[in-house]
Design a protein around this ligand. Structure first.
Ligand code: NAP
Length: 487
């Protein structure tokens, strides 16, 4: 990564104040960075609520995109997202637009911040995949009553995040990387990250690696968090366990993060815009200040980063704490707390040790779109999602009749992943939403598209279909899972 330089010879950084408490946190971080002497010049840009209100559905104006494209580094405040309707998240838009595939979320016990975990040495980093998974937000109403969200996990995306986690472990002087997935249930999607992680781990013999099931990971994080060093995981799991982890060390006010891609990096707190505290000068700006510290390290300004970390440590040790820690009404104001950090710049904490950091090497993977090249592949059937008021046996009989003289036969009909036709004795609360699985009568089969089109044309005569999936085999391995009750 090469940053861009201002006419004054300083590194240019895009600065997005954000919504709610964002401007207060970002101002605090900017003041601390400037006081540290880091050679940074800012390009201030807009994104979030005001931009949505101006009628731009992405929440990110072209000038902001241009600025980040030019500077390649941004420090941002949280951006508000309407829940459940309307616009996409402007945060997710920024992460995806710039392919910042790694979201790094460190959590470390802070001096002077008492929690039930104090003294246990919690010091871990969640490395979350940042562009794929359910957060890609590819959603549909398949019928008026059934919603769908596509969980896309690629081998390439998994390799990028797995290698990044090991590279980050090296740069942050860590000993182990745990891969947390739900591969026991979602064998193809979550399983891809697990498989790829296990394939790349031998390339990093200096780092210990292990797999943990994500629900147990959540349990272990509460029970014995000190066992973790780096945890890498899929997008949504990472979002959840990183919020959980931040609570172990005093809450979201202390949780910084970095969104890192091969070209661009965006630094921000884990927390959101906490609107109820906006403009009150009470919130804790540490998460954004520590995000700025991560940014300085990314820019290899190690000296200023260490100085700010020490100043934050000394401030907390000395008992200058914000309301989220000591109760609103008793805490230091946001500006007062920031002033104290600035006044502590240049002092070294007796108790806080700054981790040893080395430059981060980003993994470089082949740019080939067909990243995975199987020697053999075949289409062995078709899943068709249908909307029908019929019972499972009526629908099943009708579909069998429709396919009797085709190259395909109906293998089963399922309701939300449970086989209901031919009947299995399952007591499923069925809806008008079904999946019919057709497989080639000849074995091994390789179904041409004409047969797919013919089948769909026949189904359309009697039924409503809304989605199809080809059933494929790659190198003889099934590229689909069986349903509950399917053999
Ligand atoms: P939130 O803004 O993170 O706030 C949740 C709670 O965390 C707050 O009520 C407060 O807890 C605590 N908190 C957060 N930041 C704090 C700080 N700096 N200092 C002290 N306490 C802090 O989460 P939310 O209420 O779910 O989301 C609000 C909005 O932010 C939504 O529009 C959401 O979409 C957006 N959001 C944006 C980002 C982002 O930009 N990256 C991330 C998450 C959410 P108490 O109530 O216990 O005091």
């Amino acid at each position: 990564m090469e940053a861009n330089v201002s006419p004054a010879g300083k590194t240019l950084v895009t600065l997005i104040p954000g919504d709610g408490i964002g401007p207060e946190c970002v101002t605090a971080a900017r003041r601390v960075v400037e006081a540290s002497g880091a050679p940074i010049d800012w390009q201030e840009c807009e994104a979030g609520a005001e931009v949505f209100k101006q009628g731009l559905p992405s929440g990110v104006p072209p000038e902001t995109i241009d600025s980040i494209t030019h500077t390649r580094v941004a420090l941002k405040g949280p951006l508000e997202t309407p829940v459940g309707f309307g616009e996409k998240s402007a945060n997710v838009t920024l992460r995806k637009l710039f392919e910042t595939y790694a979201n790094v979320r460190p959590v470390r016990e802070m001096p002077g911040v008492k929690t039930p975990y104090t003294g246990r040495g919690v010091d871990l980093v969640v490395v979350r995949e940042n562009v794929e998974d359910l957060y890609a937000g590819i959603e549909y109403m398949q019928t008026p009553g059934v919603a769908e969200c596509l969980k896309l996990i690629s081998v390439k995306g998994s390799e990028k995040i797995a290698r990044f986690a090991f590279e980050y472990a090296r740069s942050d002087n860590r000993e182990s990387v745990a891969c947390a997935t739900k591969a026991n249930i979602m064998k193809l999607t979550e399983g891809t990250l697990k498989r790829v992680f296990e394939q790349v781990a031998p390339d990093y013999p200096d780092i210990e690696s292990w797999h943990v099931i994500i629900d147990n990971c959540a349990h272990q994080l509460v029970k014995r968090p000190e066992q973790f060093d780096v945890i890498t995981t899929t997008n949504m799991n990472g979002d959840i366990i990183s919020d959980l982890s931040s609570a172990l060390i005093g809450g979201l006010g202390f949780a910084p993060s970095a969104n890192i891609g091969n070209e661009i990096a965006i630094f921000e707190a884990v927390h959101g815009s906490a609107p109820k505290y906006a403009g009150k000068n009470v919130i804790n700006p540490t998460a954004v200040i520590l995000s700025a510290v991560m940014m300085l390290r990314y820019l290899q300004m190690f000296e200023q980063a260490d100085a700010i970390e020490h100043a934050v440590g000394i401030t907390l040790e000395s008992g200058v704490l914000t309301g989220d820690v000591v109760g609103y009404g008793n805490g230091a104001s946001t500006t007062g707390y920031t002033d104290t950090i600035i006044s502590n710049l240049g002092k070294r904490s007796e108790t806080w040790t700054v981790r040893e950091h080395k430059p981060l090497h980003l993994p470089k993977l082949s740019p080939d779109p067909d990243y995975v090249k199987p020697a053999t592949r075949a289409v062995v059937g078709l899943d068709v999602f249908l909307e029908s008021p019929l019972s499972s046996s009526e629908l099943g009989s009708s579909l069998m009749e429709l396919t009797s003289d085709t190259r395909l036969s109906l293998k089963m009909v399922s309701s939300r992943g449970t086989k209901v036709f031919p009947p299995t004795g399952a007591i499923a609360d069925t809806l008008d939403h079904w999946r019919a699985r057709f497989i080639t009568k000849e074995k091994p089969g390789d179904l041409p598209d004409e047969d797919v089109n013919q089948l769909l044309a026949r189904i359309s005569r009697r039924h409503t279909w809304m989605h199809i999936e080809k059933l494929q085999e790659f190198d003889g391995e099934l590229g689909f899972t069986r349903d509950q009750g399917e053999n």
